[in-house]
Structures are given as C-alpha cells and as structure tokens.
Design a protein around this ligand. Structure first.
Ligand code: FES
Length: 113
C-alpha cells in the first residue's frame, strides 16, 4: 500500500435537480476530479500525490468540496480554475488557499441541526 504526501479527495456526488442539499457535481461529468488528476500528472507530482473520486463528503452546501489528507485541509466552492492554484500553493508550497478554506466550524453543520 503506497503512502501519499497529499491524497486529494474530490466529491463527485450527483443528485437529482432541485435536491435541497444540492451536490458537488450536478453535471455528473467528474470534470473537477479529471482536472486534478491530469494536473497532478502534468506537474510531475505523481506518485506521491493522488486525486481520487469521492462520494458525498457531507459538506454539500459548501461544495464543490475537496479534502486533502493527511493535512486534513477542506476546500469549498472549488472551481476548475482553482485546481492549478491548489496544487501549486498547497501541494508544492504547503500553503493554504485562504479564500477556499472551509473553517472547521463550517463543517458538519447539517449533522448538528
Ligand atoms: S455532494 Fe459533495 S459533499 Fe455532499
């Protein structure tokens, strides 16, 4: 079992239109995951960095959501245009992308209500 410096989980969950919680991938195209995967490869970050498809991460209202382990960094509202920035800042330089960062107090609000 390989260990990764950064294991990026990209929510690709799809729900029916109009669902009260929405979803991270309404088109069902996994475009965000695909862009992460391609960018990880093109930047030469493999094999220590991996981007995987994830099911619902239960932060749907804050999506599209990405979580990076083992750093346990949660990003929300992630767009295709953010992928290179996340890889460059967080993976390469170890910096948090502040404008995408989900504060721990924002997480798991649905299960608290
Ligand atoms: S649908 Fe993405 S976190 Fe739930």
């Amino acid at each position: 079992m390989p260990s990764f410096s950064h294991h990026i989980f990209v929510c690709c969950n799809q729900r029916e239109p109009g669902h009260s919680r929405g979803c991270c991938d309404p088109e069902g195209a996994e475009a965000l995951r695909s862009k992460f995967k391609a960018a990880v490869k093109s930047k030469g970050l493999t094999p220590l960095v991996r981007a995987n498809h994830a099911g619902c991460l239960d932060q749907c209202e804050l999506g599209p959501c990405v979580v990076i382990y083992p750093q346990e960094i949660w990003y929300g509202g992630v767009q295709l245009s953010d992928v290179d920035r996340i890889l460059e800042e967080t993976v390469v330089h170890g910096r948090v992308v502040e404008d995408l960062l989900l504060d721990p107090d924002q997480l798991n609000q649905k299960s608290k209500s």
